[in-house]
Design a protein around this ligand. Structure first.
Ligand SMILES: [Zn+2]
Length: 85
């Protein structure tokens, strides 16, 4: 029986490698192997697409700066837009 490198073990390896590729931590050989597998395997292509979308969302979320607790304190004069007479 010929191995077409599409199967559960190849898919498991590809799924692990996809996250490395998206993180920029995969070797050039890994990138080529993942790309070659994705061309043949619909299941892994869907997985890679979903992971890429998630990674993009997470990276976008990381760009938002968290508000520090100290910045939430009011000065005591009321809201900044309160009329001052
Ligand atoms: Zn696959």
């Amino acid at each position: 029986m010929m191995s077409l490198a599409v199967g559960d073990s190849a898919c498991a390896g590809t799924c692990r490698a996809v996250s490395l590729v998206l993180d920029g931590e995969a070797s050039a050989a890994d990138v080529l192997a993942v790309a070659a597998h994705l061309r043949r395997c619909d299941r892994c292509r869907r997985f890679a697409s979903a992971v890429a979308d998630l990674a993009f969302t997470l990276r976008a979320a990381r760009l938002e700066r968290p508000v520090r607790a100290g910045q939430l304190q009011m000065s005591g004069d009321g809201p900044p837009d309160a009329p001052r007479t």
